[in-house]
Design a protein around this ligand. Structure first.
Ligand code: XBP
Ligand code: MG
Length: 256
């Protein structure tokens, strides 16, 4: 089975956006709304089990005595905080504090040079994605991608497979013709539930999390060191390029 497209996750995969991006912006939103709430990195690491910023806010309120009592009021507050957070996040991104992860620009370049189609398969809000990619890839960032699927496009977020199913349908591909690049257990589960093979680049908050069922898993695309399985033919300093992804994909297709 030949590889026809790479499906890119955003938060944690294209860039380390959580600790110094979304988390900081959530805290700024709490302060702007006059709430004495603060998510430190330890609390945020736990909350990241819930994909989607709005959903994360509601999950946190379930554990707070000072959150609104009714579910309608909680949802209204979550909407308000989420909108504030996304504005703050865009401002943080525009101040260029969130670069692409090492090795990402090179893999994007491989794909463009070799005619490999790419899509975005993220459950983040479209405005967050646009802010991040405009700063890092330029105003014409959408030209990199044959499909862009975000949180607004789906009813159910990861680990539900919907984001991947939608991307495959837009690309007119079978799941086994694509390869997802993910950093989180929810992303891995979502892609696998859609039948899409997955390569995992570990991010800050999922550095030690078990990633069962990934074709390959490693600390980052910038180096072959620490990858399991090791990419065929690569020295330990060579980056993970499109050739390595194609080889992992081919080996998995061969073994059935
Ligand atoms: C990761 C997420 C997102 C972000 C916050 O998305 O769970 O919810 O943390 O973004 P992915 P929003 O890894 O699929 O890119 O606040 O816009 O939901
Ligand atoms: Mg992610």
């Amino acid at each position: 089975m030949t590889l026809h497209a790479l499906l890119w996750d955003v938060d944690g995969t294209l860039a380390e956006t959580e600790a110094h991006g979304h988390r900081v912006a959530f805290n700024e939103a709490f302060a702007a709304r006059g709430l004495d709430w603060h998510w430190d990195e330890a609390r945020y690491a736990k909350l990241l089990a819930v994909p989607g910023g709005r959903e994360r806010l509601i999950a946190d309120m379930d554990h707070r005595d000072d959150a609104p009592a009714g579910s309608r009021q909680r949802e209204a507050l979550a909407d308000e905080l989420h909108a504030l957070k996304n504005c703050r996040y865009a401002a943080l991104v525009k101040s260029s504090r969130l670069p692409l992860r090492a090795g990402v620009a090179e893999l994007l370049r491989d794909c463009r040079e070799q005619g490999m189609r790419m899509a975005i398969t993220s459950v983040t809000s479209r405005s967050n994605l646009a802010a991040l990619l405009e700063v890092n890839l330029g105003a014409a960032w959408e030209r990199y991608f044959a499909a862009v699927i975000c949180g607004e496009d789906v009813d159910r977020k990861k680990p539900d497979p919907q984001v991947f199913e939608l991307a495959l349908s837009k690309l007119s591909l079978q799941p086994s013709q694509a390869l997802a690049i993910e950093d989180s257990p929810a992303g891995l589960a979502a892609a696998r539930a859609a039948g899409v093979p997955v390569v995992v680049t570990r991010s800050q908050f999922f550095a030690d999390t078990p990633m069962h069922g990934a074709l390959a898993c490693g600390p980052g695309l910038h180096s072959s060191a620490g990858w399991c399985p090791a990419p065929v033919g690569a020295g330990t300093t060579a980056r993970i390029g499109l050739d390595a992804l194609i080889e992992w994909h081919r080996a998995a297709a061969r073994s059935g």
